[in-house]
Design a protein around this ligand. Structure first.
Ligand SMILES: *[C@@H]1O[C@H](CO)[C@@H](O)[C@H](O)[C@H]1NC(C)=O
Ligand SMILES: *[C@@H]1O[C@H](CO)[C@@H](O)[C@H](O)[C@H]1NC(C)=O
Ligand SMILES: *[C@@H]1O[C@H](CO)[C@@H](O)[C@H](O)[C@H]1NC(C)=O
Length: 391
């Protein structure tokens, strides 16, 4: 019967907490700087995952991909296709039994790209859930709170945070709020991205072969020896980065009363502010984390660790990018020539396996959509002067 008792207690807490806009009900989940304070527990389902906000509470708790381990930088690769075109070089011979020349025209190759990280910068933060309501603590208007999978709609005093739907809330560098160009994720969508172009340094060098004959008319099938550019494109793939969908609600209320009584939030509490007023009095933008994707600290992980790629630049809607090394080979198709090897038709490409080594271009991102908005933490100055209790 213990489960039932807990359930009733939690329901009671929720009922008791219906009061003023933005007051913190049981089940509210916020990031904290270090560990969860008394009365809060680590949200278990999110460990090792980023959080994608949803506004449909029935979709909360759904996940994709395996959770990250401590400071894991997940990598991925793509299937790639290479194509090159060998130039025609005629020889005076007829099609025949000698297949040592490479046929002119399009030649193909395929291979997986090297594995690479998605290029996101991360920070591990504990996501903590309030076990009971905090009747005296309110979140300012526009502050975002997450709710666990057993909360199906935003509690009293909160509205679904539509701007964040299908996006990952990431800390801004300053008061600027930036929505990424990538479209919001659909329900449990595994967003794919491609690298359609290479870095322009993909090429093969053919091996020269000669024939005993006269270069010129009229067999057009062989190709000229030389260096040929190769175009390599890497097809759609997922970053493999795991997330959990959580109902995300914004505190309702009058922006004029911004900053009323967040002082009663426990030490170390953090909240995203989507208010154009930024962080309330006594709070400041946690700009050190600007542009980093929060990962709910994995089991056994260290809170506050920063790792991975570069943070998203200030106010960038494009986000960060990444590239993959490309190694592969073109297997040429042979041209048939009825000639004997040797002098004096020179400069034909020998049929064979030719390797290229280059990289994709570095303009493509992960395609993961974000809403970069100030993450507020208690300002040390306010804490030192006792201001934080002023509410
Ligand atoms: C919420 O998701 C459920 C599926 O779980 C769907 O049936 C419902 O229509 C969705 N509600 C809205 C408002 O989109
Ligand atoms: C909330 O505020 C009331 C009145 O100011 C106070 O009596 C009570 O102890 C406070 N409760 C908590 C949990 O801080
Ligand atoms: C295919 O790509 C992998 C990963 O980059 C590389 O190790 C391997 O050598 C490539 N294969 C060929 C035939 O180049």
């Amino acid at each position: 019967m213990q489960t039932l008792t807990v359930f009733i207690a939690a329901a009671g807490a929720l009922l008791a907490a219906t009061p003023s806009a933005g007051s913190v009900p049981a089940g509210t989940a916020l990031f904290f700087e270090q560990g969860c304070p008394d009365g809060w527990i680590r949200e278990p389902l999110s460990a090792g995952r980023m959080i994608v906000s949803v506004t449909n509470g029935t979709r909360g708790g759904f996940t994709i991909h395996q959770a990250l381990s401590d400071q894991e930088v997940r990598t991925h690769s793509h299937q790639s296709l290479a194509v090159t075109s060998l130039a025609t070089k005629s020889v005076s011979g007829v099609d025949g039994s000698d297949h040592s020349a490479a046929a002119h025209g399009a030649q193909h190759g395929a291979n997986a790209t090297a594995a690479s990280a998605a290029g996101l910068g991360f920070v591990q933060l504990p996501l903590c859930v309030a076990v009971t309501a905090l009747p005296n603590a309110t979140l300012p208007a526009g502050a975002a709170a997450f709710f666990g999978p057993d909360t199906f709609s935003c509690p009293a005093g909160f509205d679904p945070l539509a701007d964040a739907a299908g996006r990952i809330l990431t800390p801004a560098h300053d008061l600027q709020i930036t929505k990424s160009d990538s479209l919001p994720l659909g329900d449990q969508e595994d967003r794919l991205h491609s690298h359609p172009t290479d870095n322009g340094r993909c090429a093969i060098n053919t091996q020269a072969t000669d024939f005993e004959g006269i270069g010129g008319c009229c067999n057009d099938s062989p190709s000229a020896d030389g260096t040929y550019p190769v175009s390599v494109s890497a097809g759609p793939a997922s970053t493999g980065l795991p997330y959990i969908q959580l109902l995300t609600c914004g505190a309702a209320g009058d922006e004029q009363s911004h900053g009323a009584s967040q002082g009663s939030l426990p030490d170390g509490a953090l909240f995203f502010s989507t208010s154009e007023l930024g962080c309330p009095a006594g709070w400041e933008v946690f700009d050190e984390l600007g542009g980093r994707f929060p990962v709910s600290t994995p089991v056994g992980g260290t809170d506050g660790s920063v790792f991975g790629g570069e943070p998203i630049a200030r106010a960038s809607a494009a986000g960060t990018t990444h590239a993959h090394d490309l190694h592969g080979s073109i297997v040429t198709s042979p041209a048939g020539i009825e000639l004997v090897h040797g002098c004096c038709a020179k400069g034909y490409a020998e049929s064979g396996v030719y390797e290229y080594a280059c990289a994709t271009d570095d303009t493509q991102g992960s395609g993961l959509p974000y809403l970069m908005t100030p993450l507020c933490r208690r300002s040390p100055a306010a804490a030192a002067t006792g201001l934080r209790g002023f509410a």
